[in-house]
Every structure is written in C-alpha cells, then in structure tokens.
Design a binder for this molecule. Structure first.
Ligand code: GLU
Length: 417
C-alpha cells in the first residue's frame, strides 16, 4: 500500500502534486504517476522508479490542469513498470488506488464480456472500468455508490473524470485517506504528512465513506450515498518535527530522539506521587480481563513478541500474539474476557485495521497502542495508549519500536498491580 495525492485548485496543480509525492517517498515505492485534467482531456504521465525520474522524463509544463491526482505505487498485482504504474484511465475516468481488490479477477471477466479492454496487470484497472460502466446507467453519485459496493477488499481511491471538469472523488475502505483544506484549493491525501506541507486543516474519511472535492467545497457521503457532516481537525504546525535538521537521515535523527521517547512515556504513564501506573481511565475492571491478544505487523509485531514475555511473567493472563495480516483469515474464537491490543506506529496499518474491525464487529474489548492519535486505529478502538514519540519518518522503526515496548510493558505492570 503506498501513496495518493489529489488537488483541486484555481491554478495549475502538477508541480504541487510532484512536491507532495516527494513527501510520500519515505514509505518506499516502485513507480509513480500523475493525471491532470485540462480542456476536457486527461493528461497522464507515469514511470517506473522514483518521482524525480518522472520529473526528468516529462516536461511538467505540458501537464496543465487545475485538477489532478498523483500516486506512488507499491505493486501487489503486476510487475513494477510504467504500464502498471497508476493512474489507470479509461476514455473518461482516471483512478489512483492504494490497497487490494480481492474480487478483481471476477470483475474483470464481467467487464471484458461488456466490451472493456485492459492495458495493465493490476487489480486497480477494474475500478476504472467498473465506474466507466456504471456511469453509462447512473449519475455520478449513484455510479460511485454502486461501484464501491461491488468492490471487495481494501482501498483508498482518488478519481477524476474527463467530462466532469471540476471535481475529484476520494473513497475509503480499509486504507487511510484524508481531505485537506486550503485557500482556493482542497486536497486529498493518503497520509496527513503529505498534506501537512499544504495545510493543517484535515478531515479523515472513515471506512465506507466517499467525498467530492471541488476547489471551494468538499462534501462527504456514507456508503449509501447519503450526505454526512464530518469534523475538521487542526493538526499541530510544529514543522521542526518534520525536518531532518542537521541530521543526514531521518533515521539518525530518530535514534537520537529515543531517550526523549522513554522520558515522555515515563512522564505520561508513571504516577510518582501515588506510586502507581497512570492508566486511570482504563474503561474496564482489570479483573474482567482474562486473556490478552496482541496484534501487529512488521516491527509492531516484534513489539508484541517481546511483550508476550512480560505479560506472561508479570500477570496471570493468557497471552496470544497474532500477525495482523493472518487474523481475518483464521477462524477466531472470540471470547468476552479477552482484550485485543492493536499495535501500529501510524495507526493506519491496513491489516491491523482489518483485524480491529473484525474484533469491533464481534463486540470485543479493543485497545490501540499507536503513535498517531488521530489515526483510524486510535479512533475506532475502545481505548488508546499513545506512545507520544513524534513523527517517525524513517522506514526502519527505531524510536516508535521503543515507545511501543515501553507502553506494552507499562500495560503489563498495570495488570500485574
Ligand atoms: N494493488 C494495486 C497495484 O498493485 C495498488 C498497490 C498500492 O497500494 O500501491 O497496483
């Protein structure tokens, strides 16, 4: 899963899309692309490799348009090359996509039988043709609502239309997506970090929702196409957290910040006056919890592996750990006395979110250990334990790993006491 940017403005957008894609580079990706809309034409540029290769290969001056979408791809379906790079377009619809469409093979068969031809090996291209097909029968909002319901899997989408010149659609299920608000322009982004260079006013889409972004207004809709109101959040503007400063790499800076992570965690969670753990707002009686399941991916999963020893040593709880990407594919026995703890730096890890969603649907007790407190995993858990280590940009986790194990250790102490 990689990155999406969209801008609807009263001025040319391609240079700002490139700049924002560069902010998403820290996530790692294999190819990049942009589509803009000008005078009833979708202009598309894509290439394998880094965003600066895209810049070098194409003259951005030729990529005019006040509306555009951009993408950095991490291939799941089809090799990394310029054909499989996003955006993918039909004669009138262009799409960027993060995530995986699980029923793409079936949908593709159906769309081919209706006369659609495919250029790429991606799952994403079915979204383009599905919307194109539904637009033959329905108006924009109905076509989007219907198409989203036909898709299985996870997605964050940015969509533009040749014949509808003033808007971008954003849609979310499973993969994170946010809207940003600027002067005479509005934005779509898969990551608040990319949007932060343009605005600190943000609305996160929740699962199942979609939005219509114009340069001077944004409207939100639920999965049935009914208009809804959403809150605008103001993010901190402390830009120094987002700069490398004198460090050569973000990772070096973040390693230097590890002592501060520990200090902040101890100040937050240790009540020296009462000699206690400051998790006083824990929403359940500790003795209601008979077992604990720790869930994460990658580094966060390794935090869970470490924490299992502490929970077993310090408490009487049964302790399980689960790798989030497997959780929803197993036959879980959900038990009332189990606390499910979801560990994720960003709070947006798609598999971890999917595991949380399954637990919520089964009315389980859920707790998030995250760095980003506005994130989807934090918002949808019953209880949040932030690790407060500031933005971690380096892909190899350092201070966030330390923050996670500290908070999990403190939670184990809380149960022990
Ligand atoms: N599944 C899509 C592809 O392989 C999207 C990958 C991504 O999230 O970057 O093109």
């Amino acid at each position: 899963m990689c990155g999406i940017i969209g801008i609807s403005s009263n001025r040319s957008v391609s240079a700002n899309i490139i700049n924002s894609l560069k902010k998403l580079e820290y996530r790692g990706y294999d190819s990049a692309g942009i589509a803009t809309l000008s005078n009833g034409t979708i202009n598309e540029i894509k290439s394998e490799g880094r965003v600066d290769i895209l810049e070098k290969n194409f003259d951005l001056k030729n990529l005019s348009g006040n509306i555009g979408i951009g993408h950095v791809r991490w291939a799941t379906h089809g090799v990394p090359n310029s054909i499989n790079a996003h955006p993918h377009s039909s004669h009138n619809v262009s799409v960027v996509h993060n995530g995986i469409i699980e029923n793409s093979t079936l949908l593709k068969k159906h769309l081919v039988s209706k006369g659609h031809s495919f250029k790429s090996q991606t799952d994403t291209e079915v979204i383009v043709h599905l919307i194109t097909e539904n637009l033959k029968t329905y108006d924009l909002q109905e076509a989007i609502t219907k198409s989203l319901k036909q898709l299985h899997g996870s997605f964050a989408l940015g969509i533009i239309f040749k014949d509808i010149p003033d808007l971008i659609i954003g849609a979310r299920r499973g993969s994170p997506l946010a809207v940003g608000y600027g002067p005479n322009e509005n934005y779509l982004g898969s990551d608040s970090y990319a949007l932060k260079s343009m605005t600190n006013k943000i609305t996160y889409l929740d699962d199942g929702e979609f939005c219509i972004i114009k340069k001077d207004e944004v409207n939100f809709f639920n999965e049935n196409g009914i208009k809804i109101n959403k809150k605008v959040l103001e993010l901190s503007t402390d830009q120094k957290n987002y700069d490398k400063g004198d460090f050569k790499h973000f990772m070096a800076k973040e390693i230097e910040e590890q002592p501060a992570t520990i200090k902040t965690g101890i100040i937050e969670y240790v009540d020296n006056i009462n000699n206690d753990i400051n998790i006083y707002n824990f929403p359940w009686k500790v003795n209601e919890i008979k077992s604990i399941t720790l869930i994460g991916c990658g580094t966060a999963y390794h935090s869970c592996l470490m924490a299992k020893y502490w929970f077993e040593e310090l408490t009487k709880l049964d302790v399980n750990i689960d790798i989030a990407s497997e959780f929803r594919y197993r036959k879980n026995r959900f038990k009332e006395g189990t606390l499910y703890v979801f560990v994720s730096q960003s709070g947006e890890t798609a598999d971890t979110y999917a595991a949380l969603d399954l637990c919520n649907k089964n009315n389980m007790k859920t707790c998030a250990v995250v760095n980003v407190i506005e994130s989807s995993i934090a918002r949808d858990s019953n209880f949040v334990l932030p690790i407060h280590c500031g933005p971690e940009i380096g892909v190899a986790s350092t201070k966030a790993f330390l923050g996670q194990i500290l908070v999990l250790y403190i939670l184990a102490l809380k149960f022990a006491s």
